[in-house]
Design a protein around this ligand. Structure first.
Ligand code: ZN
Length: 122
């Protein structure tokens, strides 16, 4: 029987909490939680966080609701949602806003030099 590692264990937390794991997978996760204090503590945090809203959310949402939502979003967005965006994806926008700020500053300076002290905005 293959065991789960830390990353796999934490990925299984929400399915385990929703009782969606098969008996084998649940047993493997429980095995890991017994032997690994890091994941056990992480699961306790997870459990407490969900337990705080559990009385409300856990009873209102049908089982597998969250997974269904994620699945549907993935399907509709064809993998664009939740995709990790690298620095290169964001950089152009930040560069663009910097350029615009620079442009506005340049216009202001040019107007000030043309009419020092008498800048009138339309
Ligand atoms: Zn672990």
């Amino acid at each position: 029987m293959a065991t789960v590692d830390h990353a796999q264990a934490s990925e299984l937390f929400s399915s385990y909490w929703d009782e969606e794991l098969g008996p084998d997978e649940a047993a493997r996760l429980e095995e890991h939680l017994r032997s690994c204090v890091v994941c056990r503590r992480e699961y306790e945090h997870f459990e407490r966080a969900l337990g705080a809203v559990g009385a409300l959310a856990h009873e209102l949402a049908p089982r597998g609701f969250a997974a269904g939502v994620v699945q549907r979003v993935h399907k509709r967005a064809r993998g664009r949602a939740f995709a990790s965006r690298g620095l290169l994806d964001r950089l152009p926008y930040e560069l663009f806003s910097l350029l615009m700020l620079g442009l506005i500053l340049a216009i202001y300076v040019i107007l000030q030099m043309a009419q020092p002290g008498h800048l009138r905005l339309p």
